[in-house]
Design a protein around this ligand. Sequence first.
Ligand code: R5P
Length: 315
Amino acid sequence: MADEEDLTNGARFAASVPPRQEPFPLKGCGSLDWGMQSRLARVFRPDTRRPGSMRTVMLAIDHGYFQGPTTGLERVDLSIVPLLPYADALMTTRGMVRSTVPAASRVPIVLRASGGPSILRELSDERIAVGMEDAARINAAAVAVQVFVGGEFETQSVRNMTRLVDAGQRYGIPVLAVTAVGKELTRDARYLRLATRICAELGAHFVKTYYCEPGFDTVAAACPVPLVMAGGKKLPEADALTMAYHAIENGAAGVDMGRNIFQSDTPAAMIRAVGAVVHESAKPEDAYEQYLKTPEKEQGLWPTHPPAAAGSRPM
Ligand code: R5P
């Protein structure tokens, strides 16, 4: 039954207090629609050490879309699902989402939305591979598209991105532009500034790119939206943690690492060490120390114990 007293006698209007306004903390994203901001806030989480900023540790496992069962991804159910509690977001394909990723894990999905050629062909010849309606059906937090600046099919890949941005604007789904570097292109600051800026200018809501030295700070500074560092080829764990540390210190809003996590001898320890660098500002040597101190039961590329229940974060 309706309570009429409540309607007439409420007193907590605080009429003299101005409305609370909270600026959206991600660079360049302050004027995005609420749905976009809400999805981005699922991928990036508030940084407890630096109030007012947000960071992410994305786990990239989308390699199969052009190169099949990559080392470490032969059995995503065994090698990746146990890592989900430590990832802020999972970058993967819709096939892997529907077949293998437990919906109950609640991990935000950054959905690979471009594809076409395999490693046997010209990689830049990609097309859009997912409709935005299906991304919405999957409850994707964002979609990801490869952009090949300087590549053979440069214009086509840029067009893939701009079409996804148009669709993303309609549905409130952010687009992550992934700057792809072909064999013939140098990953120096000059090239990465060009590639990342083109993606942002043409509407990408956040951009993934490689770390470079020197000059990563200029790449991050010139990109008006959040920049996420790509992992790249497997490095020794200490080197990968050092690279992530420098990227964050020089302006990256997070990392999106694949092989450097799932090809590690101890993937769960590695993703936690990366998390310490990104979210707790741990020095790389301390994070590496933490990595080395992983309990013995977690050693080994292959899990020897059944996957943890979806959503539970083992201690
Ligand atoms: C790279 O271009 C794709 O997005 C990947 O398949 C993946 O995200 C790369 O991750 P990583 O280089 O860290 O293994």
